[in-house]
Ligand binder design. Structure first.
Ligand SMILES: Cc1cc2nc3c(=O)[nH]c(=O)nc-3n(C[C@H](O)[C@H](O)[C@H](O)COP(=O)(O)O)c2cc1C
Length: 339
């Protein structure tokens, strides 16, 4: 039985606009949304046709991306005065249903509204693949980023100089392996879009950055080194600031949690005027992913390396808003959900 006022079209549109602004690997936007108007539930489904079989065979990066979208959805709901109840993987019979967000009504007087700075950061956050200035980020901001990860059931490790070198080295090894793997290179290239393209997915060449002239930071080369589209090298920051996001377990729900944590960290950084980019290459090779784990923690499952600092903003990337459908309202209370 419906007990709440139905979600109006403008509300649903605002929720979805926030959700799809999330980062996703190669901007694949591997999600699809469905509204069940009868239960006031916005479902987040996997979009299997927008996954990366070679780069992400286990779909872990896809789940991270979807988790980031779910986090945005939660923030937008609270911004609109709605109370979101999130269930991850709510139906074992429907593995493609990754999350269900029930919008239970208006926030009560005792409900904590989320930090408005975070909601505003959703639209301002872009991946910045340009050199940063190297100005150190103040410790309280870094601590806030770590708290954000922790409160979303993940951890943020801030490596020392040796640890930073190690993460950069493992990423460089992964980047070299990707280059030497023609099929992976081809897969990545299919997600690169030309200037003027109206493709709603993929990474536009305008959003790419240059390679590091100092060869210290192995930014992902989406261009397969095609010189016509590759930017000339520039010197990147000497004092690179990295963070490793990890979780104590490595199940599908942990990947979704890690994605929410990732977005919480990125938005916290953005709200403080920082720029961020991601180095995921090492996570795409099982042995290198294992090598990024912290030796002191028995159960450390790494997910992504975050590079952060001060610098130029990243360019905007496109989004598809059309992946939305309303589930037909249930004709009777005895009907069961059929997927
Ligand atoms: C799980 C994950 C892994 C990513 N890995 C990389 C990466 O290795 N290199 C990179 O430049 N960007 C990476 N990105 C960033 C995406 O390319 C970016 O989010 C997407 O193109 C959309 O652009 P935006 O972040 O500016 O909105 C990754 C994003 C996610 C969610």
């Amino acid at each position: 039985m419906r007990t709440e006022a139905p979600l109006d079209a403008a509300t649903v549109e605002s929720l979805l606009a926030a959700a799809v602004a999330a980062p996703s690997i190669h901007n694949t936007q591997p999600w699809r949304f469905r509204l069940d108007p009868d239960r006031q539930v916005l479902e987040v489904h996997s979009a299997p046709e927008r996954t990366l079989p070679l780069t992400d065979p286990m779909h872990r990066a896809q789940y991270l991306s979807v988790g980031a979208a779910v986090f945005n959805l939660r923030l937008a709901a609270v911004h609109l005065g709605l109370r979101p109840e999130v269930r991850l993987l709510p139906d074992s019979h429907e593995p493609g249903l990754l999350a269900a967000v029930r919008l239970t009504g208006r926030l009560g007087a005792d409900d904590q509204p989320s930090d408005p700075g975070l909601y505003e950061a959703i639209a301002r956050r872009h991946t910045s693949r340009m050199p940063f200035t190297g100005r150190p980020v103040p410790e309280p901001i870094v601590a806030e980023m770590a708290r954000a990860a922790q409160s979303a059931d993940a951890r943020l490790h801030l490596p020392d100089i040796a640890g930073t070198r190690r993460l950069l080295h493992l990423t460089a090894v992964a980047e070299a392996r990707n280059h030497a793997h023609p099929a992976r290179t081809a897969e990545t290239l299919t997600w690169l879009t030309a200037p003027g393209s109206d493709a709603p997915y993929g990474v536009p060449v305008t959003a790419l950055g240059p390679p590091d002239a100092g060869r210290r930071i192995p930014m992902r080369d989406f261009t397969a080194s095609i010189s016509a589209i590759r930017r000339p090298a520039l010197w990147f920051e000497r004092h690179v600031q990295l963070a490793l996001l990890w979780t104590p377990h490595d199940r599908r729900e942990d990947w979704l949690r890690a994605g929410q944590a990732l977005q919480y960290v990125l938005l916290t950084a953005t709200a403080h005027g920082l720029r961020t980019s991601l180095l995921h290459q090492a996570m795409e090779w099982a042995d290198l992913r294992a090598a990024t784990a912290l030796p002191r923690h028995k159960r450390c499952h790494p997910h992504v390396v975050i590079r952060f600092g001060y610098g130029p903003d990243g360019a905007g990337t496109p989004r598809e808003l059309g992946h939305f459908a309303a589930r037909p309202a249930a004709p009777s209370a005895t009907d069961t959900e059929s997927g």
